[in-house]
Every structure is written in C-alpha cells, then in structure tokens.
Design a protein around this ligand. Structure first.
Ligand code: PDD
Length: 286
C-alpha cells in the first residue's frame, strides 16, 4: 500500500508527489531537514527538532511561515494516515523553485518547497545491534564548515557509511585536525574512568537533539561529563563508547578502527543511558 505524503499543503499518495526539476533542493542541495522519531505512534523530542529547524532556516536566510502547531498537525496527520507505531517523520524545506538555475537566491517571496513523509521502522527499541554493539572506522572529515546547520548535503556522510560497509563495519567517525568531530549521522562519546567525554558544541558538529537530552539525563543521574574533543587513540583506550541520534537513541560502540573497547561488549554507561533515554522519550512523546 502506498504511503500518504505531504507536499506544499497537500496530502497525497507518494507516487503523485512531484517537485520541479528547477527546485533549489534538487539543483543545489539548498534545503534543510529534520528527522523526528515516532514511538508508540507519538513524536519524541518534537519541540527540540522544530527549534533546530527554525535555526537552520534562519542561518540560511530561508523563509518558511509554517508555525509550530501547524508542523505538529502535519506530523500527527501523517503518522495517523500511515499507521506508524515505530519509525520517524522526515521533513525537508527547500528554497523552492527558482524558475531556472541561478547561483543567486530566488527573489524574496518565492515559496519554499515543503515535503514530509513517514518511515515505519519497527524494531528501533528492540534493536539487536544495541545488544551487540557496533563497530566504527575513522575517515577524514571532508565536509563543509557549517555542520551545525542541518542541510541535505549528505553525500560525504553517505560515502563514509559505504566505506564502513566495504570494511564490514557499521559506521564511520569523522576526524579533523586529529580529533573526532562526530559520526556520519550521529554524535559520539567515549567513557573513561567513569567520565563521559563528547565534543563541545560549535560549527564543527550538528547540535544533536538527542545529545542535549542524553547529557541532561546523564547529569541528572550524577554522571560526570566533559565536553571536549578526543582523538581516535583516546577512544581506543576508553572503557566504552557510544553514539546518539534521533533514530538510534543511544547506540553502544564496541570497536574503533579494529581495536576492541574494554571487554568488547556494550558498556554499562551506554546501556543505562539507552534505557533512561527510551523510557523518558516514551513518557514525554506527544
Ligand atoms: N542524523 N550528527 C549528524 C551529522 C547527524 O546527521 C545527526 C542526525 C546527528 C544527531 O542528531 P539528532 O540527535 O538530533 O538526531 C548528529 C539524522 C538522524 C539523519 O540524518 O537521519
């Protein structure tokens, strides 16, 4: 059965949703996006994702007048129409149809293109990967320098994931000037001597919504956090590691560039934070 998707104010079957070949998102990757997780048919961290969307739009001087309540209504309607219990809602706003290819932004008043659709992914919570832990490789961070803006320019992230897959691993960590920035689609952490270490916020990384909540929950659980860059060597000698993202919550990492961490099994800090995060997200989902 085909999904119902949202395109510029209309709900329609996915086969009928069409965007212009002149759309700036298509021609120039001139678009921002958000992925909001759905648990038990409800949205987790909705307001965090909408706040980051507004920030991304503002940083790129992109105008989209849809209000928070209207976004919520669209998300909820799509979840209902498509019967999503576990999965996510993908949202993308592009600078619209410029009428022709031009490096300049289209004239003010050009309507943005707004697309939302659901992705059903049963098994997000009971993910066998979270029980086993995942393995990562490192690759140079060759992305642009405004990684805090959530744009659809994901080619390099995609190349990094493919490089990991070719080596039989699960994901890639980006490294710049000798320090880990983040994962291909997640924020990363190591745990050493009971301390959680994760890179501080700047233009170098995406300000993960899951990151913000997980750090708050860790502090509430009296865990010690150090926000600073770390190296691959430091990660390889850590007791454990994990990553966070809206679609994977807290994911234990058991190997970095071929070196097993600790006893090679998911660590207790990652496991505990995963439990707390999933429970709190469930309780606060709307
Ligand atoms: N990715 N860093 C990068 C580069 C990301 O692409 C993501 C999210 C994160 C984590 O952000 P959050 O906790 O807000 O999901 C960090 C999403 C899930 C994606 O592209 O599918």
């Amino acid at each position: 059965m085909s999904r119902t998707v949202y395109l510029n104010g209309t709900y329609l079957p996915e086969e009928e949703a069409q965007v212009s070949i002149f759309d700036r998102g298509f021609v120039m990757g001139d678009a921002v996006y958000e992925v909001t997780c759905v648990l038990d048919g409800k949205l987790t961290e909705f307001d965090g994702h909408m706040a980051r969307l507004q920030r991304s739009l503002k940083e790129l001087e992109m105008v989209c007048d849809i209000t928070r309540d209207e976004w919520l209504e669209i998300h909820r309607k799509l979840i209902e129409l498509n019967g999503v219990e576990e999965g996510g809602v993908y949202l993308q706003v592009t600078r619209g149809n410029a009428g022709d290819r031009d490096f300049h932004y289209p004239p003010a008043g050009t309507p943005p293109t707004v697309v939302l659709y659901t992705q059903s992914k049963p098994g997000l919570v009971e993910d066998p990967k979270a029980d086993k832990g995942i393995k990562v490789i490192s690759v140079p961070d060759l992305r642009w320098h405004r990684r805090d803006i959530k744009t659809v320019q994901l080619l390099y992230a995609s190349m990094a994931k493919m490089a990991a897959e070719k080596e039989g691993k699960d994901d890639a960590w980006f490294v710049e000037d000798g320090y880990v920035t983040e994962g291909s689609s997640n924020n990363c952490y190591i745990v050493k001597g009971g301390k959680i270490i994760t890179r501080d916020l700047s233009h170098d990384i995406l300000h993960g919504i899951t990151r913000g909540s997980v750090l708050r929950m860790a502090r509430e659980a009296q865990m010690v956090i150090e926000e600073r860059p770390f190296t691959i060597a430091e990660a390889q000698s850590a007791d454990e590691a994990f990553y966070t993202s809206a679609s994977a919550f807290v994911m234990p990492i058991v190997e970095v560039d071929g070196v097993a961490l600790g006893d090679g099994k998911p660590g207790k800090v990652a496991k505990r934070l995963r439990e707390i995060y999933i429970e709190e997200s469930r309780n606060s989902a709307i």
